[in-house]
Structures are given as C-alpha cells and as structure tokens.
Design a protein around this ligand. Sequence first.
Ligand SMILES: Nc1nc2c(ncn2[C@@H]2O[C@H](COP(=O)(O)OP(=O)(O)OP(=O)(O)O)[C@@H](O)[C@H]2O)c(=O)[nH]1
Ligand SMILES: [Mg+2]
Length: 571
Amino acid sequence: MVGERYFGARDRLIGCFARIEELAATSGVEPHVDGESARDRLARPIRVVVLGEVNAGKSTLLNALVGSELCEAAPLPTTQRTICYHHAPKDSEEESADGWMKVGRPLPFLRRFELIDTPGTNSGWRDSVFDALPRFEEADVLLVVFPSGNTWTAATWDLVSSISDRGLDRTVLVVQQADRKSPEDLKVIDGHMRDLCLKKVGRELPIVAVAAGLALEAKLDPRNSRKSWSASRFGSFEEFLTATVCESAERRYLIDRTAQEASGRLRDIETAFDRQRRGMDDDGWFLAGLEREARQLRDLVLENSPKTLAGARGRYENEVARLGRRLGSLLGVGPTVWRLFFGDSAAARAEGCLADGLGEAIRDFAAADVERLLSECGGHWGEVRPRVVERMGLDPGLADILDEDRETAKAGFVENVSKAVTEVLGQLRVRASLDAPLRSRNRRLKFVAVLILLLLTAAGTCGALGLDRWGLGLAMGAIGMGIVFLLVAWVTRMRIVGQTRSRLRDAVGRFETAMRGDYGEAVRSLFDGYANGLIGVRRQLAERQATLAPRQEQWDRLYLELKSIEQDLGP
Ligand SMILES: Nc1nc2c(ncn2[C@@H]2O[C@H](COP(=O)(O)OP(=O)(O)OP(=O)(O)O)[C@@H](O)[C@H]2O)c(=O)[nH]1
Ligand SMILES: [Mg+2]
C-alpha cells in the first residue's frame, strides 16, 4: 500500500484536528475563516494523473495501484475521455462542466488518492489531453506511461516536452508492461530513455519499470501472488511513490503546518477557557456583591427597627388602656355582685382580653410591616435584575419571595413576630397578678354583703314582731352597709384597675425586648428568603463552571494526543 505510514499519521492528525474543532465549537470559539488552511489541503486526497499513448497500460497501472478493476482496460483504444475517480459513499457518475467524467466509488483507497485516467496521446482525443495539460500539472504526481515495447513514441515525448518546469518536478516516467522485456532489455530501455529525456526536457526525470498487469493479478488473487508480484516490480514502484509523493518535503510541510494550526486552535480554546474562567470568577464576585447588598439592606432594616418597633409599642399601650377599660367594666357593681355568688372569672377574662387584643394588634403590625419590607425588597430586586441580565446574560426572573412564595413568607414573618406576644404574656402573668387582689376584694365585699343580709333579716324579724323602731334602725343600718359595699367595690375596683394598668405600662420594656428579639429573627429569615432569589443565578453559574471541567479534560487529552502525533512524525 502506498504511503501507509504517511496516511496513518495524516488521518490521526486530521481526526485530532476535527475533535479540536468540535471542542472549539462547543466552547464558543470562533471558527477560522482565513481561506484554505493547511488542514484542508492535507485532507484532500493526493491526485495522480496517468498520461501516455493508447494501450500503454495507463488504466491497468491505476487498477494495480487500487488493487481492483476500477478503470476499464482492454487491448483496443479504451479510455476516450478524461475520467476522474474519487471517493463517494455509493457508485456515482456525472459529467462535470469541464468535460471530464467524474466517477465516484466507495473504495477506501479513493479516500487517499484521486485518480485521473486520460485517453492516449496518439488517440483521436489527444487534443483534449494536450489542452488539459496545465490542469494535470496541478496534480501531485504525473505518471507518463510508456509501453515497454515502444518507449520512443513521438506523441508521448511531445507531451513530456510540453510539461512546464513546475509540472516536470512531479513527473515520473513509467515503463509499463515490463514483463514483456528481459531485465537486460529494460536496462537498455532505461539508458535510452534517460538520453531522450535529457534531449527533450533538458533534465533527468525518474524512470520506473513495472508490470502493472501482473501486480493487479497478484493483488486480486493474493494466494497465488508471490511470483507475479515480485516479477511486477510494483513493490519498488509503490515504495518510490511513497518516498517521493507521500513523504515529500511538500507533504511534510503540510503535516507540520497542520500540526501548528491544530496547536494554534488549542491555544485559542485555552484563551477562551481562561476568559470564561475569569468571567465566571467575576460573575461570582458580582453575585457576592449583590448578596452583600441584600445583607446591607437587611442590616439597615434592623438598625431602624427601634423606630419601627415604636409603632408596636403604641399598639401595646393601646391594648393596656383597653384592658384597663375592660377590667373596669368587669369589676363594675353588677358583675361583681353576680360573681360573688357564682364564682369569679374576671382575671381569666382580663388576660384573655389582653391576649386576643395584643395578638391581633401585633399581627396587624407585622402584616403591615412585612408588606413594607417586601416592597423594599421588590425595589431592590427591580434594580438587581437588569444588572444580572446585562452582566451575565441570564434573566433571574422574580425572586420567589416576591412571587410564588410571597404569601408563605408573609405568614412566616407574622408568625415569627407574634411569638413575642406569647412570650410577653407568659412574663406578665396578668391572671396570676389579678388573682390575689380580686380574692381580697371579694372577701371584703362578701363580708359586707353578709352583714347587709343579716341586718335586713333582723330588720324584717323586728318588723314582724311589731318592733318598728328597731326594724327601721336595722334597715337603715343595712342601707348604710349597702353604701359601704358600693364604696368598697368602687375603691378596690379603681385600685385594681390602676395597679394593673401601671404594672402593664411598666412592663413595656419587657414587651419591647421580646419584640426586638423576635422581630430581628423574622427580618433575618425574610431576608434569607430574599437572598435565595439569587440562588437560581448561582446555580446557573455553577452549571457553567461544571461544563468547563470536562472541556478542560478534553482539552488536556487532545493536547497530549497532538503531542504524541508530533512525536511520532519525528523531526
Ligand atoms: N503483459 C502485460 N500486458 C499489460 C500490462 N498492463 C496492461 N496490459 C495490457 O495492455 C492493454 C492495454 O491496457 P490499458 O490499461 O487498457 O491501456 P491504456 O493505456 O489504458 O489504453 P487506452 O485506454 O486505450 O488508452 C490491455 O490489453 C492490458 O491487458 C502489463 O503489465 N503486462
Ligand atoms: Mg485506458
């Protein structure tokens, strides 16, 4: 096989380059658009043209190279037009605009070589061959084929004389059908052709003798091939082509240039990685900055909390005043008399009244405050969002806490703040503090009430016995005791209400302490939720960072692969 080592290296290099380009594309590196690159030239198959007289064995020579009967070969003039054989996934034939026939075949050999077969230089189609000579000269190698029986034929030597200097650099003279001549004759032919060549073109060209017919036979039937293969001299011919065409300085240059281009692309990708990595680090700092802003906003809210909590203090004082009124009405004469007989629940009711009132007031306060805080967060987010879009190219949408989680966040805030109410009620112990004064009041009032009843009973008995004076006196005494009852009830009521009110007013400090703690906790947890709005952006950033790691690994692998190819190619 011609150029096995060269094609092995070339295919590895091109495969590696293709993977580098894939990585470049997925890493967002711009494609190279600097015209035709060395890689494009290297990837193109090597173009071989055969020229020579009718029946020289041109088509057979190409068939022997391929190892299959690709071109039609026969004793009569056969090839009547220029035919270009190229690789195609399936058999195809088409006329090309330049009058050539393009034949596609799915042969692996044609991936490496493009073969151009031509009509004989002494045939009826000779003009087409001479006219196309400048194009043939662009091929990588021109094989001018002479039949061993006639190596001086004028038509072919005329053609050789017409080849430009540049074309002659790639021209090889092939003495075909060498099996028809003895080795001695071939030596004579070789000398004769050398002289003729000097005469015609002024310089020596390489001359190779082959029997392509035998070589083809050997390739088609490898079992009985040994004799005909060595007689064909085709092995030396293939080695010659390998050395002069595949391993030429030009090909070597193309390989080196392609390896350099591949290295350059790897550097481009590395630069892009660096840029992306720096960008992501900057994005990380940028997000940290936004999170810091959210924390600063929270700290500002906490700093201002004494002012905010002054509103809650006002509500507490209102509730204390309301409790005073309620307690006053609970300790009125009517209810007091009723409770003397049916049990006293005033302390429990007073405490319930304070718990309900304060609970509701603080919930109201918290609900209004959380709306204010959320609208502050909304204002901040409104400013953050376009900055994220501009900086990172992704829209974080609305923070959950301002959107779907808004109601939950509000309820959580209210609940957190309301914890202060339970705490403060536990500390105030309203019911326990009312119990003792109410009991003592009731004891006194009961005593007076019993006296009144006794006096009334005695007055009634005297009246029945006709002791009217005594009866009247006792009745007056009962009335006096009634007045005492009213006085005691009024005075104790005023005292209890006053004491309770001032005790609760004095406890405002405790209320404020409890509120400060729970309010601070509620604010922190609300702002934690707010800062979570940036978690989606952080996640996307982390995903981007995560994609960089496997790409970097791929880059490392490709770098090593390229280095190993370069090493195999040697200096
Ligand atoms: N003995 C012998 N005959 C050969 C050899 N190569 C080709 N021939 C015979 O030579 C004749 C012409 O071969 P082709 O390959 O068709 O020659 P060509 O140059 O393509 O001819 P045209 O297409 O007509 O210009 C055929 O009959 C082949 O069998 C060879 O190495 N040895
Ligand atoms: Mg032919």
